[in-house]
Design a protein around this ligand. Structure first.
Ligand SMILES: [Zn+2]
Ligand SMILES: [Zn+2]
Ligand SMILES: [Zn+2]
Length: 297
């Protein structure tokens, strides 16, 4: 099997951590792992291809932090602002490649994209001479049909989230779900046999109407039984170290900047977390440009 990497760009809930004006112990923590930007992730393959998950408000800062200089496809999980409103930061990619960047979105996210970002998606709106806008090729995902993206099969994972139906995805042995309240049967079936799993979790205790809490996410993780499960979309009610100390074996808190590599020889973590040692991965390269794609001067 091909080596695949998952990088957590942002692992915080919609306010981001620290929350502006909050003096709680997590927001004032000196542990860098307690700093969580808004939700985003990147999947990359050893032979090339970078698949971005969501465009959070801190996208540019996240890409710079991780040394990501290109992406080849974007998957929008759903239309909430914390997952979407950094979309203009995609502009550099279409500007540089001089071609549209393909983006996939659930059906209920498409009208939100069209209304909030008309300047991007309305073909009749052209940027003034000397300026630019993101050139995006929007495709609607059928939740029941696998998509071929960058030469890989991406299986949508529909989940309920209040009035919305976000789409997680499975690619190879990686399952990724965020902003879920539960995992419907068909999504559970599609996750069977994953080795690396990501689930959202807000806090401990009081259930939330549209998100897993930690207890619910852990129960789902144990049912699915992936070799490693990471929790993301975390609020300031959770300290990273406390999660490390208390989560059951096989379940771990994600953190901004963590990269997990899945290969035929097992799973490795990058960074300085105590779970996985101190691997430092160089970035996988992106797909080589096709001849007509060229490079802008
Ligand atoms: Zn706080
Ligand atoms: Zn949401
Ligand atoms: Zn969210």
């Amino acid at each position: 099997m091909e080596r695949i990497r998952l990088t957590f760009l942002g692992t915080g809930t919609s306010f981001g951590i620290p929350v502006v004006g909050c003096d709680c112990s997590v927001c004032t923590s000196t542990d860098i792992r307690d700093r969580r930007s808004r939700h985003g992730a990147l999947v990359s393959w050893e032979s090339g291809g970078r698949f971005l998950v969501d465009t959070p408000p801190e996208l540019r800062l996240q890409l710079l932090r991780e040394g990501i200089d290109s992406v080849d496809a974007v998957w929008f999980t759903h239309g909430h602002a914390d997952h979407l409103h950094g979309i203009d930061d995609l502009r550099i990619f279409s500007l540089r490649s001089r071609r549209s960047l393909p983006v996939w979105a659930p059906a209920d996210t498409v009208p939100l994209l069209l209304s909030r970002f008309r300047y991007i998606f309305d073909g009749g709106v052209r940027p003034q001479q000397g300026t630019s806008k993101p050139e995006l090729d929007l495709r609607t995902v059928d939740p029941e049909t696998p998509e071929e993206i960058l030469g890989r099969t991406v299986m949508p994972l529909p989940v309920p989230h209040g009035a919305m139906q976000p789409l997680g995805f499975r690619v190879g042995d990686v399952g990724y779900v965020t902003d879920a309240k539960t995992l419907p049967d068909r999504t559970m079936e599609r996750l069977a046999g994953v080795r690396l799993l990501v689930l959202n979790a807000l806090w401990r205790g009081r259930p939330h109407p549209t998100h897993f809490n930690v207890e619910e996410a852990v129960a789902m993780a144990e049912r699915i039984g992936a070799r490693r499960t990471y929790l993301t979309h975390l609020t300031h009610r959770l300290s990273h170290q406390e999660l490390v100390d208390t989560l059951p074996p096989g379940v771990h808190p994600a953190r901004d900047g963590l990269t997990v590599e899945l290969g035929p020889d097992g799973i490795r973590e990058s960074g300085t977390g105590e779970e996985g040692g101190n691997e430092h991965f160089g970035p996988f390269q992106s797909l080589p440009p096709t001849p007509e794609e060229g490079a802008s001067p």
